[in-house]
Design a protein around this ligand. Structure first.
Ligand code: F6P
Length: 754
């Protein structure tokens, strides 16, 4: 335990305690001083009353003998009667006055000046008190009667000095009592303050960890903090929002900014990325070993981040020459021509790949998460492989991690179980999971036989990212439906068995500026080249679609829209060609083979309908194209069609926008993509509505240049500002914030645990 910290906290605790006790003691002292005179007066009046009663008793006792002696006229005996009476300790003097009010008998010490009237009677205010040099005396004058008739009066003087003595004693007792009360209250206060301080610190720790943000108000452990939880929560959130906003507006997101962020906020942490698809695939080709870049939005997004941050990317080695190109630790530096980070390859047997990748991931989870009307298939054997491969990747993460608290970026639906496995092996790791595809509603997700296991696996993440808020909300609702956890919708956090997961939207993006910007010729040159290579004349308008050949991409709907365009606007026949680039994907699966057949058949049918000897409206290019080639098509096109039936984001839309430095070209974009939430200047369509899509296509082909410019300029500025560095940066900033909070909470914890 840090002793300095302990001392500081104890001092703080003492200071706080004294801040309360000193005013308390002062208040009690004031009270004591105010109350003593009141108590004194009260006691005094009690004694006066007591003496009045006493003097009546004395009168009653000596009334009879004195009347008898008066009748006998025996003055000596009367004097001796009075002298005997004052032997009583407190009786100071006695006097007898006759009926005429004349003092006729008195004891020796009876003050001569007193006579038969109460002191002060001349002044109109008779007093029962008389101050003599010996001290104060109480004076009472009681009438003496004979057979019911007044016979004179008895003047009784009682010593009152004992009253003063008693009053002094009482004062001492009252002050002592207040001192005792003050000490008792102080001890209780110190004790309660100490316990409360502990409670506060525990509560604050929980709050800093984020637990306080989601603990229901009835939870006893933070009871001391309960009245303030709301305020603290608001304060923290405001602070975080402001900080996030400040980061967003002040940081211009570049590779350097990202590197800087890692250096400053994550102490230069090397990040670990895990994905199924590898960024570079080595294949044995005719000319020896070739390197391919896969058609993958995930790779497009993560690759520039890894180049900026370095670190290790763990992925499935799927290329035919992958094993030949790694070292004995299965590592290969990439990019091959200018290495900036390390690729760690994981090997799968054919059977494992079929079960984990083709089976559970792509026949199960892929159709489960996309609303594309393809039924998911779940097999126990596929699940077994999925669990096993997740475990293998988790082991690789542990092996490649150089610290016990690495930052791990887990990518996509292939690794739903991985976060929990990493957390088990490395409890201090910061696991950021990004789900690149949509998340369905609870009912749809509920058909998965292993739904609970998948959800629990994902909740091992520190941060769980989706492209849109809608997907985050679907996820929260799914967890709410199937797991026993505490969810706080306001802060979008899930608390599961002492672990907190932040569910947040991070819309993915692309590199800006595009690395191809310098490499590729300007758009007009690309256009001329595409026209030349396809044998188009100069006036030919070009539409492009770029996808993996996947049933979620709406390729059939797109081709039908082209067909409809040519039906409604026959003037476009011979003037417009649509080029569909589609990289074969998951081709061993039946649904993908069937899609391939359908696309080819539809394109053939449309071409047969509208072709002339020198023209065909649809050009299918169903093969892999390297990014440079794809980009030159973007630059050459008048319109780019993205008509996904359901898509997490769709980076083709953003790549097209980024490629158009001439600010020309129109984007037709499905409303069912995440990109449609950001690129409002695209022509947004419902791809299921063929006429509407055909109309949008016509509008795009006839859109004036100035309108194209305005729309494209606005979309370009959005993609520039909200680029992939910002996507990664926002996640890493959130991660560093959570790490700092956990470290701070850990340090506060040491005070009590150490
Ligand atoms: O869309 C989800 C995703 O993982 C993308 O990130 C990527 O574009 C695509 O699927 C890759 O699919 P596969 O790796 O199966 O070819």
């Amino acid at each position: 335990m840090n002793t300095n910290l302990t001392k500081k906290i104890s001092l703080q605790s003492l200071r706080l305690t004294f801040r309360f006790i000193l005013p308390l003691v002062a208040a009690l002292a004031l009270l004591a001083f105010a109350i003593v005179p009141v108590v004194e007066k009260l006691i005094f009046y009690w004694f006066i009353r007591d003496m009045d009663v006493q003097s009546k008793f004395i009168t009653g006792t000596i009334q009879e003998p004195i009347v008898e002696l008066l009748q006998k006229g025996n003055a000596t005996k009367i004097n001796s009667l009075l002298m005997n009476a004052i032997k009583e300790e407190r009786l100071y003097a006695l006097g007898y006055c006759n009926r005429e009010g004349k003092l006729v008998y008195r004891t020796k010490n009876f003050p001569r000046h007193l006579g038969c009237k109460l002191p002060g009677s001349d002044a109109g205010k008779p007093q029962s008190l008389l101050h003599l040099p010996q001290g104060p005396v109480h004076v009472a004058i009681n009438s003496v009667e004979q057979y019911g008739n007044p016979a004179g009066s008895l003047v009784i003087l009682q010593d009152m000095s004992f009253v003063e003595r008693r009053s002094d004693d009482t004062k001492k007792y009252v002050v002592a009592l207040f001192v005792v009360i003050a000490v008792v209250i102080s001890v209780i206060t110190v004790f309660i303050a100490h316990i409360s301080w502990r409670g506060w610190m525990d509560g604050m720790r929980a709050l800093l960890r984020g637990e306080g943000l989601i603990r229901p108000f009835s939870q006893p452990t933070t009871s001391e903090l309960q009245p303030l939880v709301g305020d603290l929560r608001t304060l923290l959130r405001t602070f975080e929002t402001e900080r996030r906003f400040a980061d967003d507006v002040t940081v211009s997101w570049t590779p350097e900014a990202l590197r800087d962020l890692l250096r400053k906020q994550l102490a230069g942490e090397r990040i670990l990325v895990v994905s199924n698809r590898e960024p570079y695939i080595h294949r044995r080709g005719k000319a020896g070993i070739e390197v391919n870049r896969p058609a993958s939005g995930l790779v497009t997004a993560i690759e520039p981040v890894m180049r900026a941050c370095s670190g290790i990317w763990i992925a499935h080695g799927s290329g035919s020459a992958d094993r030949e190109t790694v070292d004995r630790n299965d590592l290969v530096p990439v990019p091959p021509d200018h290495p900036e980070y390390t690729l760690r390859r994981i090997w799968l047997t054919k059977e494992e790949e079929i079960g984990y990748y083709y089976g559970f991931a792509n026949e199960g989870l892929w159709p489960l998460c996309h609303i594309a009307h393809v039924r998911p298939i779940f097999r126990s054997n596929d699940w077994k492989h999925y669990v096993e491969i997740n475990r293998r990747f988790a082991e690789a993460v542990v092996r490649e991690s150089s610290t016990d608290d690495p930052v791990v970026l887990v990518q996509d639906y292939h690794f739903a179980l991985l976060p929990k496995m990493i957390r088990k092996a490395l409890p201090k790791a910061t696991v950021i999971t990004f789900w690149h595809i949509p998340w369905p509603n609870p009912e749809s997700f509920g058909i998965c036989p292993w739904r609970e296991e998948l959800l629990l696996g994902m909740l091992g993440s520190t941060i769980l990212g989706f492209h849109t808020r809608l997907h985050c909300n679907n996820f929260l609702a799914t967890v709410d439906r199937y797991l026993e956890t505490r969810i706080e919708y306001e802060s979008s956090t899930i608390h599961n068995r002492g672990k907190l997961t932040l569910v947040e939207s991070y819309p993915i993006s692309i590199q800006w500026p595009s690395p191809l910007h310098q490499k590729l010729p300007p758009p007009e040159v690309c256009r001329a080249e595409v026209q030349r290579s396809h044998g188009f004349d100069e006036e030919m308008m070009i539409g492009v679609g770029v996808d993996r050949l996947d049933y979620t991409k709406g390729i059939l709907e797109r081709l039908r829209a082209v067909e409809r365009l040519l039906e409604i606007h026959p003037e476009m026949i011979g003037r417009f060609t649509f080029i569909q680039i589609a990289a074969p994907s998951r081709s061993s699966l039946e649904d993908y083979q069937s899609l391939d057949n359908q696309v080819r058949a539809l394109a053939t049918r449309i071409n047969e309908r509208f072709s002339t000897y020198s023209y065909q409206p649809i050009c299918l290019k169903l093969e892999h194209h390297e990014p440079e080639v794809v980009n030159s098509y973007y630059r050459a096109a008048d319109v780019c069609m993205v008509t996904s039936l359901h898509d997490g984001m769709n980076l083709v839309a953003k790549e097209f926008v980024a490629a158009r430095e001439d600010e020309q070209g129109v984007l037709v974009l499905s409303q069912f993509t995440g990109a449609a939430q950001e690129l409002h200047e695209a022509l947004i369509v419902n791809p299921y509505h063929i006429e509407q899509t055909a109309d949008a296509l016509y509008r795009a082909l006839t859109m004036p240049d100035y309108e194209q410019k305005e729309r494209m300029r606005s979309m370009r500025s959005l993609v520039r500002d909200f680029n992939v560095y910002r996507w990664a940066g926002r996640m890493l900033i959130d991660a560093s914030r959570i790490r700092q909070r956990e470290k701070l909470a850990g340090r506060i914890g040491e005070r009590y645990e150490g």
